[in-house]
Design a protein around this ligand. Structure first.
Ligand code: NAI
Length: 350
C-alpha cells in the first residue's frame, strides 16, 4: 500500500512531539506547517491524502473546493469542536473526522482552575508576594460550598464539571437541549431552563457547542437576568458570549468575575506570542485591563493525556479509512443534526 501523506496545519511543538511519537506505530509521511489553513495555504496540499486541522483553521467552502481539487480525501480535525467547518458544503465531497473526546477531564479541570483562581484571587496574590507584598486586603473570596452553579451543556465535559462542583458541595442546575433525567437524579443535579439558571447561578459555566442557537447566548439581556456579581466561565467557544455585553457587565459590576479560555476573535491572537508587539484588538485589550478577568489562550485541553489521545485517535481514524475503508469518528452534516452523533464507529456517512 502506498504511504499515506498528511499535511498538518497550525502546528506547535507540542503537536509535533505527540504526533511524531504516535506515528512510530503508523509510518505516515507527515509535513507540519506552522501556518493556519486558509484559502492561500490550502494550495500547499497538492499530493497529500489527508489534511489535519485545528480549532482556528478555516475550513470554508473555498478551502474545501481547493482541497478536493488537490486530491485530499479526508480532513482530520485534531479537536472535538467543528464550528469552523462548513459541514453542509463538505457533505459528499470530502470526509471529515474529529476526536470526539480526548480528555473531558482536562477541560473541566481547567474551568475549575479558573473558578478557584478568580474566587480566591490567586493571580493577584502571586503578583503581590513576588513583590514582597504580603498584604491580604482585597483578596476576600467566598465559599463555593452551598453556592449554585449553572452548567450550560451537560455533555462529556459538562458532566465532569458537575461532578467536580458537586464534590465541592455546590448546588448544580444544568441546561441541555437533550436531558437525561435519570442521570441527573443519580448525580444529584437538576435540569432547569435558561432563565432560571441565569437568575439563580452564582457561577455560570459554558460547556455547549457553538451553534446557531447557542451563539451569543450570553448577551445584554441574559446578563441583565443574572445575579449581581455573577462569575462567568467560558471554556467552550468564544462566540457563545457577546464580548461587548460582557465588558459592559464588568464595568457596571453586574459581572463580578470572568474566566475565559476562548474569545470570539481569538484566531488572530491565541496560540501566538505578541509579547514584543502589540494587541491591536481593542476589545481583547479592554478585557485584559480588568483584574477580575482571567484570560487563558485556549489551553483547557492542554494536558499530556489529552495530547496523547488526540494523536492516537486521529491517526487511528486515518489508518482505519485507508486500510479498511472504514470511517471512525466521522462528522457530517446529516448525523450532526441528531444527538448523539450515531456515526461514531458505525461506518461511512456517504
Ligand atoms: P458533548 O457533545 O459531549 O456535549 C455538549 C452538550 O451540549 C451536549 O449534551 C448537547 O446536547 C449540548 N448542547 C448542544 N447544543 C446546546 C445548546 N444550544 N444549549 C445547551 N446545550 C446544548 O461535547 P463536549 O466534549 O462536552 O464539549 C463541549 C464543548 O467544549 C465543545 O463543543 C467545544 O466547543 C468545547 N471544547 C473546548 C476545549 C478547550 O480546550 N477549551 C477542548 C474541547 C472542547
Amino acid at each position: 500500500m502506498k504511504q499515506i501523506k498528511i499535511a498538518f496545519f497550525d502546528t506547535k511543538e507540542y503537536d509535533r512531539n505527540s504526533f511524531d511519537k504516535t506515528n512510530q506505530s503508523h509510518s505516515f509521511k507527515i509535513k507540519y506547517f506552522e501556518t493556519k489553513l486558509t484559502p492561500d495555504s490550502a494550495l500547499l496540499t497538492e499530493g497529500y491524502d489527508v489534511v489535519c486541522a485545528f480549532v482556528n483553521d478555516t475550513i470554508s467552502s473555498e478551502v474545501i473546493d481547493i482541497l478536493v481539487e488537490k486530491g485530499v480525501k479526508m480532513i482530520a480535525m485534531r479537536c472535538a469542536g467543528y464550528n469552523n467547518v462548513d459541514l453542509s458544503y463538505a457533505f459528499g465531497k470530502i470526509h471529515i473526522v474529529r476526536v470526539p473526546a480526548y480528555s473531558p477531564y482536562a477541560v473541566a479541570e481547567h474551568a475549575l482552575a479558573l473558578i478557584m483562581a478568580l474566587n480566591r484571587k490567586t493571580h493577584k496574590a502571586y503578583n503581590r508576594t513576588r513583590d514582597n507584598n504580603f498584604n491580604i486586603n482585597g483578596l476576600v473570596g467566598f465559599d463555593l460550598h452551598g453556592k449554585t452553579a449553572g452548567i450550560i451543556g451537560a455533555g462529556k465535559i459538562g458532566r465532569i464539571m458537575i461532578d467536580l462542583l458537586k464534590g465541592l458541595g455546590m448546588k448544580v442546575l444544568a441546561y441541555d437541549s437533550w436531558k437525561d433525567e435519570k442521570y441527573a437524579a443519580d448525580k444529584g443535579f437538576e435540569y432547569a431552563d435558561l432563565d432560571r439558571i441565569y437568575k439563580e447561578a452564582d457561577i455560570l459555566s459554558l460547556h455547549c457547542p457553538l451553534t446557531k442557537e447557542s451563539q451569543y447566548m450570553v448577551n445584554k439581556e441574559s446578563i441583565e437576568l443574572m445575579k449581581d456579581n455573577v462569575m462567568i466561565i467560558n471554556t467552550s467557544r468564544g462566540h457563545l458570549i457577546n464580548t461587548g455585553a460582557l465588558i459592559e457587565g464588568l464595568k457596571t459590576g453586574k459581572v463580578g468575575y470572568a474566566g475565559l479560555d476562548v474569545y470570539e476573535e481569538e484566531s488572530e491572537y491565541f496560540f501566538e506570542d505578541f509579547s514584543t508587539s502589540m494587541v491591536m484588538d481593542d476589545t481583547l485589550a479592554r478585557l485584559l485591563t480588568f483584574n477580575n478577568v482571567l484570560v487563558t489562550s485556549h489551553q483547557a485541553f492542554l494536558t499530556r493525556e489529552a495530547l496523547e489521545n488526540i494523536s492516537m485517535t486521529t491517526m487511528e481514524s486515518i489508518d482505519s479509512f485507508f486500510t479498511n475503508d472504514k470511517l471512525e469518528n466521522e462528522i457530517c452534516y446529516q448525523c450532526t443534526t441528531e444527538r448523539p452523533c450515531l456515526k461514531d464507529k458505525t461506518g461511512k456517512c456517504f
